[in-house]
Write a protein of this length. Structure first.
Length: 150
């Protein structure tokens, strides 16, 4: 449905596979399977777009809550989280057991995590006027020691 989010062919096994949202006054929860062509949602001035390698959300006048389920297959996968969070905003990376691995709070614009193969979820609370960009990127090959999540 959306064509302006980039889909990286070399990362087809590492992907966002499902998305759960709570948007609007009734806060009804809805699950979406993310197809290769992507999925989009626009409610009450808030937008949400997702393709297998990226998820973007922007809250308008109301709050968005979302959960993106991420599957990594490669031995070194990296997820980048960029956000502009209003007060009360929160982004959390959880492993398959629900253990918190990473957290992004207002004032911290960007983090990344190198992930072991497995299943993860990113939970986000986006108050009005917040944005979120989740991206699966190819890890850089460096000689630096990196912490691994998972």
């Amino acid at each position: 449905m959306t064509t302006d989010l980039s889909i990286s062919q070399h990362l087809v096994n590492d992907r966002f596979e499902r998305l759960q949202t709570w948007v609007g006054l009734d806060r009804e929860s809805e699950w979406f399977t993310i197809p290769a062509s992507g999925v989009g949602l626009q409610v009450e001035g808030s937008t949400l777009r997702a393709v297998p390698t990226a998820v973007e959300a922007a809250s308008g006048a109301g709050e968005i809550r979302l959960r993106a389920v991420l599957v990594t297959v490669a031995s070194e996968s990296r997820v980048r989280i960029e956000a502009s969070l209003a007060d009360g905003g929160l982004v959390t990376l959880l492993d398959a057991f629900g253990t918190e691995r990473l957290q992004l709070l207002p004032g911290l614009p960007r983090v990344h995590a190198d992930l072991a193969p497995g299943r993860y979820s990113v939970d986000a609370v986006l108050p009005a006027q917040s944005t979120l960009h989740l991206t699966i990127v190819e890890p850089r090959r460096t000689a630096l020691v990196r912490s691994r999540v998972g």
